[in-house]
Design a protein around this ligand. Sequence first.
Ligand code: F6R
Length: 615
Amino acid sequence: MCGIVGYIGFRKAYPILIEGLRRLEYRGYDSAGIALLENGKLDVYKQVGKVLDLEASIPKKEFAQTLGIAHTRWATHGAATQDNAHPHYSYSKDIAVVHNGIIENFMLLKRRLIALGYEFRSDTDTEVIVNLIESERKAGKVSLEKAVNRALQQLHGAYALAVLSKTEPEKLIVARKGSPLAIGLGKSYEEFFVASDAIPIIEYTQDLIYLNDNEVALLEKGKKVVVKDIFGKLKNYKIKHIDLDMNMVTKGAYEHFMLKEIFEQPETLSNTIFSHLDEKKDKIYFEGLESLKQQLIDANRIVIVACGTSWHSGLIGEYLIEELARVLVEVEYASEFRYRKPIIHKGDIVLAISQSGETADTLAALRYSKEQGAITFAICNVYGSSMAREADFVAYTYAGVEIGVASTKAFTAQVAVLSLLAITMGLENKQLDEKRGKELMTSLRMLPEMVAKTLEQDAAIQQIAKNFLEITSFLYLGRGINFPIALEGALKLKEISYIHAEGYPAAEMKHGPIAMIDENLPTLIVGTNKEYYEKIVSNAQEVKARKGTVVAVVSAGDRELSDMADYVFEVPEIADCLQPIITSIPLHLFSYHIAVMKGCNVDQPRNLAKSVTVE
Ligand code: F6R
């Protein structure tokens, strides 16, 4: 949600910043801008639209500046207009700032600044920050660094900031509270790359500092980085070596990141599963879990908090943990959780699931639970993310960088980790007999291959998708552990193709949605469960009896549902409780092809952004 990039050093800043923006565009794409500083001259270019539009609007010339900041925006305060695009100047145009986050007390601060004579050019909260820095600098006759500290002490809310000033042109100041920020240490650790995540940086360096909340870093060309808190107290920092390769952040031969990420799943699932499961021995490891193992076994209750697609994997986790470990699980939308004053008992386990590890609502739910005495557990994909750092325990998914805004490979990796967790808990608390535990581990080892087999149907799925380009609404049904897959399939269709879609428990259809069924409302039925197969077949009959079109996801060799359905996606059969990983694949591909054929931008759907760092 908004991407920021910065550079200070010995290279030309412009190409680094533009390429960085391109790589961060998945975080927001309403407008983009860039500020370059040299010899007391501060140039700001900004443009409504994408990074491409920004580039097209900038005069074609060699930019020699070696210091600059840049931003790609997902609008919060103020519409997506030229004036609201970042970077924002201070009133005197001496200081420029890019910001990711929301300042909650910006109106109060703005009124104070207006009373001091400041005029505003935009509707943003960010312009309040830059003017506050300027007013603090003038009032106290202090350095830019001190003025930034004084301004930050007054802000309520979240920020990742990069600040530069004409009068102190050798400095880039960056700060963080609540929104992520990484500093890449270049040559001799004396040139610096700044970004909302590591993706724009890894081309230059793999040595990174992740700032903590309320930390400010002073970056000066040719000097070592200095990190302080917002009151000016020196802080120690750790340099992390990140192992990311460039192939992970480019589309390669694929037309879209989403398709690439769907096709990466045999590998990402293999990486995730075998990071926690021995390839030969029936042994599951969660590194570092030892100290919490007993509490996990003794837990009376697990509360899962997550948003969006990660919430769907949480629902699957509920089925898995309750079935295999017989521990009570509640799944909550993180965005609702803390606002209804939930009851958390000491010793409850709160499990936060998040690809980015930065989703503001999930992070807030995790922090709230920690304050209430819960043991916090995070399943995250991004190494070093806020949730990964703040939870008592983190289990990583090894899905690699996910750039497509619609989550796919991170979802299946989350479900794989939840399956391994449920099996471990079940074996430890003796609710799962060893034979079944071993069978499930064997099935998990075969999963990547089965996913590869499912992906072979891509062309057939594309053919079927062609029949649904004019449809305006779709119903998705599933039972038991496949119900969350119905929700997930519907979410993917609406978010990337803008076709209205609703996921429903199959049996609930007759309590309402059945009224909508006619020849214009197709129904996709996830019908692989062995346990409820006949009931699912009956639901399909009910749709057909009302002239509805049925698309069915069935297990290989299926007859009954396949004969009845108008279109069929066949998937390999596996234990019911592991089936969702496989049934999600045709649904993601189906949405992808519909959206592409309708001409939608699947990697950057309108109004969305990856990593929602505002509440
Ligand atoms: C949907 C999607 C979103 C995310 C949600 C949570 O395809 O990607 O619904 O799942 O914004 O994001 P994370 O998992 O980063 O917390």
